[in-house]
Design a binder for this molecule. Structure first.
Ligand code: FE
Ligand code: CA
Length: 525
């Protein structure tokens, strides 16, 4: 039987009183926005517990994000099950003396009361400040930065590269330092959350994931909420505009299209994917083009920074075939050469090759998830592969590197995460038999927290350097990358922390590695 309108209102009135106190109930009859969104109730608890964020900067704007959650870990997150109106403002100054745009958005319970506003009509290559107001509550202020005009002469850009934020492994101190860096944008290479349960007796566990393994939308929403209450992560979001892509742990370790680790039937895993995709969309500053349709999300996209950078953000999870050899680290795996293996899927591959073919930028960046260097991880004549990385998918890997080589595209830089280790090295068609001139260079960022404190280089790291001539640098501490780019050279600085197990972690620059334009070679800087 359909619920009549006044019954719905009465239910909502009761929920508002529960959440906001008795005064809110009196407001129910007046402030209906678009007949569905409520405004002007007074919050009894602060609703902006998860901070603010901005993302996907373009020359004329960006996405600004928040999510109303007065009680983030509870069922309903402290919000009534009704749409809620939110005001937003964008200013050209930090004190909001000059508000250049403002408007109203509806935080829908369908999307966990998240708000994604795509702001347009702004000036290129400058900072803006933004904030939200819901009822009597004002959000923290965030700072966003528009991209420079596509194709315009650009002398300098800086990129922060981060990811793998396993909350229970350590503190997000790296984000506190990243927030203070001067960058045009942050590239988040995935593993924003981990779906894991925190076992009580294992190390390294500095903090504990609330709840068990994430399966349902509610599980994932609460996991994001727990992460997003971290003040260092909030600071990093508030300071910079992010381009985020997912890797595996936003859904399930090492998932591949509709296959999970446990071998659940695809229709079953797809329901979990759908829940995870929705929670991911709700909690990241993504454009509406990324809105999930079932389990599918359109995440691969590109950005241009003047005539300096063309960045292709890839999705190497959603369209790949299954990992060969049962997804282990085999010493012999003929499956890595499977000619019909897919890694990006043919559609994304064609899109990438088209981007590369059209590009006139000084530097072409492949911002993606998993390692492209095909490292020998066993030595002694026994070759071991990370089959979850490009190394397990040699046919698609060859197509990408051949496309770069055959089009004679210079200055291709691959930015990667996933390994929880800092790496830098050369990419060849066959990394076990490298040619005289690398086709591209790869920088692998470590992790914000995954793996715990780590160390500079253990014996395994030194072995990898011995066994793999294309590999030039390894470090196993936590941190992030800063890429400082001019037309003449690309410089990557590896920022590392001495520890993340307590609040006293100190940052240092472990290495500075440069590529002179046109050289396709790494050198110490
Ligand atoms: Fe990770
Ligand atoms: Ca990963």
């Amino acid at each position: 039987m359909p619920v009549r309108h006044h019954e719905r209102l009465e239910f909502t009135r009761r929920r508002l009183i529960q959440t906001f106190g008795a005064a809110a109930g009196a407001l129910i009859s007046a402030p209906l926005i678009g007949q569905s969104a409520f405004a002007q109730a007074a919050f009894t608890r602060y609703p902006f517990t998860l901070g603010v964020a901005s993302g996907d900067p373009a020359p004329d704007g960006f996405v600004i994000w928040t999510r109303l959650a007065p009680d983030p870990m509870q069922i309903g997150y402290g919000m009534p099950t009704a749409p809620f109106e939110v005001d937003w403002e964008v200013a050209s100054d930090e004190r909001f003396a000059n508000v250049v745009q403002s408007g109203k958005a509806v935080a829908s319970p369908i999307l966990g009361h998240s708000v994604h506003v795509e702001v347009a009509g702004l000036q290129p290559a400058r900072h803006y400040w933004y904030r939200f107001t819901a009822a009597d509550a004002r959000s923290p202020t965030g700072r966003a930065r528009t991209a420079p005009l596509s194709g315009a002469a650009l002398a300098h850009a800086r990129i922060g590269v981060a990811g793998c934020q396993r909350y229970d492994n350590g503190l997000f101190t790296a984000h506190r330092y990243l927030a203070a860096e001067d960058v045009d944008f942050v590239y988040l290479y995935g593993d924003y959350i981990y779906e894991y349960y925190s076992p009580p007796s294992s190390t390294p566990y500095v903090r504990t994931h609330l709840g068990g393994i994430c399966y349902s939308l509610d599980d994932y929403r609460r996991r994001y909420a727990q992460y997003k209450m971290d003040p260092d992560l909030q600071a990093s979001h508030a300071a910079h505009s992010w381009f985020a892509v997912w890797d595996d742990h936003e859904i399930d370790n090492n998932w591949a299209s509709d296959m999970d680790m446990a071998g659940d039937p695809a229709p079953l895993f797809n329901l979990r994917r759908q829940a995870a995709a929705q929670a991911y969309y709700e909690n990241l500053p993504l454009r509406a083009t990324a809105m999930p349709a079932g389990a599918a999300m359109q995440l691969y996209r590109c950005a241009q920074y003047g005539d300096l950078l063309d960045v292709s953000f890839l999705d190497t999870r959603q369209y790949r075939t299954d990992q060969p050899c049962d997804d282990r680290y085999p010493s012999n795996c003929p499956g890595v050469n499977a000619p019909d293996a897919q890694f990006m899927g043919l559609e994304q591959e064609a899109w990438l090759f088209s981007n590369l073919g059209k590009s006139t930028a000084k530097w072409n960046v492949l911002a993606q998830q998993v390692m492209m260097m095909d490292l020998d991880r066993a030595g002694d004549g026994k070759v071991a592969y990370n089959v979850d990385s490009w190394a397990g998918y040699r046919a698609p890997r060859n197509r990408v590197l051949s496309a770069i080589q055959s089009r004679n595209i210079q200055n291709v830089v691959v930015l990667t995460g996933d390994e929880h280790v800092n790496y830098a090295g050369e990419l060849h068609l066959d990394d076990r038999d490298p040619g005289p001139r690398p086709i591209a260079l790869e920088f692998v960022g470590t992790s914000i927290a995954s793996g715990g404190d780590g160390q500079d280089q253990n014996q395994t790291a030194r072995n990898l350097l011995d066994w793999n001539p294309p590999l030039k640098f390894v470090n196993q501490q936590r941190g992030y990358l800063i890429c400082d780019v001019t037309p003449e050279r690309w410089l990557t600085e590896f920022r590392v922390l001495d520890k993340i197990s307590d609040t006293t972690g100190q940052l240092s620059t472990r290495a500075r590695l440069a590529i002179a334009s046109g050289s396709n070679q790494l050198s110490a800087a």
